[in-house]
Ligand binder design. Sequence first.
Ligand code: NAP
Length: 243
Amino acid sequence: MTRRVALVTGGSRGIGAAVAVRLASEGADVVITYARSAERAAAVVTQIEAAGTRGLALEAEAADAGALVAAVERTVAEFGRIDVLVSNAGIAPYGPLEEVTLAEVDATLAIHARASFVLAQAAARHMREGGRIICIGSSLAERVPYPGWTLYAMSKSALTGLTKGLARDLGPRGITANLVHPGSTDTEMNPADGEEAEEERRFSALGRYCDPADIAATVAHLAGEGGRNITGTAVVVDAGTTA
Ligand code: NAP
């Protein structure tokens, strides 16, 4: 990853922070975005720099297409290029179907699906041969084992079409596009000691949660040389929840 530049959205904590630090440990300069956690984003930049590479944190609301394009443009302006895009920022709307509002539908689709499209389109304008676009989906896009997740699952399923289309649009330029579907992963979104955690563990073949580092390892593989012939597909990292 030496001399490569990565942009990771939602890099202030959880899976995005683990991905950012992992890519830095492999030699990449890494720009992260956040919505509200400026201090925590700064702490992740310190970890990136401790790996000996350059880091930068930018505020960029994922529902704001202009802010996302600006983050891509700032990455290129500061670092001269963009090689890896990891579209990770996300939320977890959950609840009875009857109570989901149209505002929640629009916000969730904007943060997950529209943001990933806008980021990919903006990054593709600058990416060179060897570029990598990686979206973070969810195992709930593959299988929905419990009620209450219809909106979330729908918003993450949209990333399948996005990834396949990007693979075809950008393949001729030597750019890959892939999707990583985490299962239950121990973050603030879904703590391994949370109320639903035991049930989620029971649904997994291995009987355990993933760590953010597990997701980061798969992203790093796809982003590196090992991912050169993997495109238009999804890798599920879910301890066997969808088995
Ligand atoms: P997390 O710990 O809650 O972190 C979410 C990250 O996204 C933070 O950096 C947050 O920034 C950022 N973010 C949230 N809303 C945003 C918005 N509107 N605009 C810009 N940034 C925003 O979540 P996580 O568990 O790491 O999840 C990361 C991704 O993995 C998400 O797409 C999620 O759907 C997916 N995922 C997670 C799990 C799981 O079990 N944890 C399972 C499957 C998929 P701030 O810190 O500034 O708020």
